[in-house]
Design a binder for this molecule. Structure first.
Ligand SMILES: *Cc1c(COP(=O)(O)O)cnc(C)c1O
Length: 362
């Protein structure tokens, strides 16, 4: 293989154990597996978590179908359902989030039972009803013959950076719950950052929705030591050449060698999801357990790295680690994200279908 992602399913299950310890007894877990399980491969991840979580969170009905074939449990659609997608809700395992009365009426008119959670916008601004609208919408949904109101939820936009705002959101949802009938069902607020930092503030939460931390990355870095990255991204050297001092490397000639440089070409590029934005930003890869700098711009299918300082001259075919552990060194997806000026979530979900996913059980 030229470029592949190793998926450590045992690490995934150990990270689930970290979630379980963080939330304490008596609460359930919805594994967030949208976007092909954050690029890790949806079928394999859902299969590995089968029977270990009460539900799965997906982005659309297509992802829901993949999960349904792999694992039991409820499947929660994290985003609004399109009018064109509503027929797929006939599956009794699907659960939708309702934001508006118009949505509720359309779902009720489908003619079959639809399971729903009331989504409350406590500050995310993406979906949900406003807190002051929640009681009326909740009562309306409860009165609709085909809708089953089974939960209430909200989402944190800033749990990894703004404690005051997040606590305000939690208080807002608590206020909403006080106005709703107690039979409103599951109550869920927390993404990974909420789980790691705010469980004590929400004793009324019965369910959590971890994404990133299941895949072994901490949103803030503060708890990284408790988590194990599940995905390693590897490729191979295709060529090793000695370039003289003063030679340009890659498009635009943005890097020029300042000494005779042993340059290795690697069979990965931005078409695999290795972000072009890391170009000339200090990005590194691992070879022989050491960090080697990426030189110049990332191209579509290839990158160049400086291997001059390795103890042993590398050969074409040698394995390169772009994310993951090699020897005593490790590169986290969050480090690649920093080089690229983005977030771990985008690095993981940006890996393309050209990258083979190879599962192991640890
Ligand atoms: C993606 C998503 C999550 C998971 O977020 P992480 O930060 O990856 O844990 C939870 N809830 C909702 C509504 C989401 O869209």
């Amino acid at each position: 293989m030229r470029t592949w992602a190793e998926i450590d399913l045992a690490a995934l299950r150990r990270n689930l154990g970290v979630v379980r310890r963080a939330i304490g007894p008596g609460r359930e877990i919805m594994a967030v597996v949208k976007a092909d399980a954050y690029g890790h491969g949806l079928a394999n991840v859902a299969g590995a978590l089968s029977g270990l979580v009460s539900s799965f969170g997906v982005a659309n009905p297509g992802e829901a179908r993949v999960v349904a074939g792999q694992a039991p449990g409820d499947i929660f659609l994290l985003g609004p359902v399109l009018p064109q997608e509503r027929d797929s809700l006939a599956s009794p395992r699907l659960v939708v989030a309702i934001s508006t009365l118009a949505e509720a009426e359309a779902l009720n008119a489908l003619g079959f039972p639809v399971r729903a959670h009331l989504c409350v916008d406590t500050g995310m601004g993406r979906m949900g009803c406003l807190p002051e609208e929640a009681r009326a919408l909740g009562l309306a949904v409860s009165a609709m013959p085909n809708l089953r109101l089974e939960g209430v939820c909200t989402h944190f936009p800033s749990a990894d950076e703004d404690a005051g705002f997040t606590r305000h959101q939690i208080a807002g949802l608590r206020g909403v719950l006080e106005g709703l009938p107690p039979a409103a069902g599951a109550v869920h607020l927390s993404n990974s950052a909420g789980i790691l930092e705010y469980m004590e503030d929400q004793p009324f939460a019965s369910l959590v929705r971890p994404g990133l931390m299941l895949y072994g990355l901490c949103p803030t870095g503060a708890h990284q030591g408790e988590l194990e990255p599940v995905l390693s991204l590897r490729s191979r050297l295709t060529l090793v050449r000695l370039l003289p001092a003063g030679h340009g490397v890659s498009y635009g000639g943005t890097h020029v060698t300042n000494r005779p440089t042993l340059v290795a070409t690697v069979g990965i590029g931005y078409a695999d999801g290795y972000p072009r934005q890391v170009s000339n930003r200090g990005a590194q890869v691992l070879l022989q357990g050491r960090r080697c700098p990426v030189l110049g711009r990332v191209t579509m299918d290839q990158i160049m790295v400086d291997v001059s300082d390795l103890p042993v001259r590398p050969e074409p075919g040698d394995v390169v680690t772009l994310i993951g552990r090699e020897g005593g060194e490790r590169i986290l997806a969050s480090e690649v994200a920093d080089w690229a000026g983005t977030i771990s979530w985008e690095i993981l979900t940006g890996l393309t279908s050209r990258v083979a996913r190879v599962c192991r059980e640890g």
